[in-house]
Design a protein around this ligand. Structure first.
Ligand SMILES: [Zn+2]
Length: 137
């Protein structure tokens, strides 16, 4: 069977300050949102426009869905797969911390039927697989 050439594209959609480990422990949700200054609300539009008819898997940081519910709505409306990247971007190696993080994103994940998860900084503990398997969005 011939295999057609394809490009698989996935995007981690996260606040700009997620790139700087300095903000990993900033837990004040209001301050985190203020740091974003609405950037993640409007930056999604040119990305979706650039993708055009191409489809991607977009792993969203949950606090963005909390701040701007229109962001996951736009992603799904454009026909892309929506996944969970984490609720608040930081290393989630501790399984209890991961469980708490997953719970925080349950509402929007349920709303959009999210099934995929990509760990921040691609860091995950072996025990997390069972937790993720049990997590029902
Ligand atoms: Zn990330």
């Amino acid at each position: 069977m011939p295999v057609s050439s394809r490009v698989l594209l996935s995007i981690d959609y996260e606040p700009w300050f997620a790139l700087f480990r300095y903000y990993d422990r900033l837990s004040d949700r209001a301050r985190r949102r203020k740091l974003d200054e609405g950037f993640t609300a409007y930056a999604i539009d040119p990305i979706l426009e650039q993708l055009g008819a191409a489809k991607a898997s977009i792993y969203l940081v949950g606090e963005i869905a909390e701040w701007y519910p229109q962001v996951p709505q736009k992603i799904v409306a454009a026909g892309h797969e929506l996944g969970l990247h984490c609720h608040i971007h930081r290393p989630l190696i501790n399984v209890d911390e991961l469980a708490e993080d997953l719970r925080a994103s349950v509402p929007w994940c349920k709303l959009y039927g999210v099934r995929g998860y990509r760990a921040p900084m691609v860091g995950i503990h072996e025990e997390a697989y069972e937790l993720l398997k049990r997590s029902v969005f």
